[in-house]
Design a protein around this ligand. Structure first.
Ligand SMILES: [Zn+2]
Length: 352
């Protein structure tokens, strides 16, 4: 099954999905590794010697492998990568806002609701694919979300959906009996975090992995965030380190999955981002939003038992973040129909 081919509902081999988002990581770094101008800029990269040593190489092939070794040594060989504009692979957002809540809502709900136009903690009136699947027979309490950013409680509408959502600085109560989680809950509050509404991705990753081990979810959503924070702060070195670390987390999940009897060869990992970033001049990478050219471009990566090993996808029809919801459902053999809470704006934006 190809990604985003939501018309195919024949049961495949996928019984479980790990859906992952990396906030604001540009397709440019995914496909080409560190940016020559930014990594050599004194403004944006402080620790030159170390960072150049770790992430720079004149060959694009080597450079991208240094930044994201799992993407290039495993996904590119066994899965698919979408969004390389220079290869005619266009993956874009349909929402006009090009920031986080609208982007996550678009991909999780499967259409654009123009009322989702702020990052405020407002419950999403729309039903996400997580909630839709949670309501299918056999999926009750088999869907969970671990998210670094605290607004996810509202994007997913934890209250209405009944899905377990662990987001922001809230302790992971469900895992409390596990000694590792007890410690993580404590140090999460002890280590000062530079951001108000975000916890470190290392905490999110370990919470999520422990949940996987203990509760065996069929659909697990993990939302990492640090890349976007460092980009806004203009710390290109930290942005690269975060991207590299996230690649390692995903590698860690895939290796765990492929060594676990319950998940091995029955699990698809799908990865994307909520928005791109500017690419017009040396400073625009820090920002995104409706006025930032390039912020509409995203990327997607997929690996699993139903996905042909085609590597970097080239010259295909444009794909949209709004197709992700139905794709997640299709992998599980479920037809995603979500018209119940369609806002009137949808009719304006979509021909459906
Ligand atoms: Zn941002």
């Amino acid at each position: 099954m190809n990604i985003l081919s939501s018309t195919i509902f024949a049961k495949g081999n996928t019984k479980n999905i790990i859906f992952i988002t990396i906030d604001g990581l540009r397709w440019e770094e995914v496909f080409y590794g560190s940016d020559s101008l930014l990594i050599h800029s004194d403004n944006y990269t402080k620790d030159h010697d170390n960072i150049l040593n770790e992430y720079w190489h004149s060959s694009t092939k080597v450079r991208r492998e240094r930044l994201m070794p799992f993407f290039w040594n495993t996904i590119a060989l066994q899965g698919q990568l979408y969004g390389n504009l220079q290869e005619g692979s266009i993956a874009i957002l349909k929402n006009p806002y090009l920031f986080s809540y609208p982007g996550y809502s678009e991909m999780l709900v499967g259409y654009v609701d123009l009322t989702r136009n702020s990052n405020n903690k407002e419950n999403n009136p729309n039903i996400t694919v997580l909630e839709y699947i949670h309501n299918q027979p056999g999926y009750n309490n088999k869907v969970a979300a671990f998210c670094s950013w605290d607004v996810f409680d509202f994007i997913i509408n934890e209250e209405r959906s009944g899905i377990y959502v662990s987001a922001g600085m809230e302790p992971y109560e469900k895992g409390r009996k596990n000694p590792k989680i007890g410690l993580l809950n404590e140090i999460m509050l002890q280590i000062p975090v530079p951001w108000k509404s975000v916890r470190y991705d290392a905490i999110t990753h370990n919470f999520a992995k422990t949940y996987l081990e203990e509760f065996r979810p069929k659909l697990l959503y993990i939302a990492y965030d640090e890349t976007d924070e460092y980009a806004h702060e203009g710390k290109y070195d930290q942005y690269l380190i975060a991207a590299n670390q996230l690649d390692q987390y995903i590698s860690d999940l895939w290796n765990w999955v492929q060594n676990n009897y319950y998940y091995k060869d029955k699990t698809t990992i799908l990865i994307t981002t909520d928005h791109g970033r500017g690419n017009e001049d040396i400073d625009s990478w820090r920002n995104h939003g409706s006025s930032v050219a390039g912020a509409e471009n995203v990327w997607m990566a997929v690996i699993g038992p139903d996905t042909p090993s085609e590597g970097v996808m080239k010259n295909h029809d444009t794909i949209y973040s709004s197709q992700i919801a139905s794709t997640i459902a299709a992998f599980l053999g479920i037809e995603y129909q979500n018209k119940r809470t369609v806002s009137p704006f949808i009719k304006m934006m979509f021909n459906d």
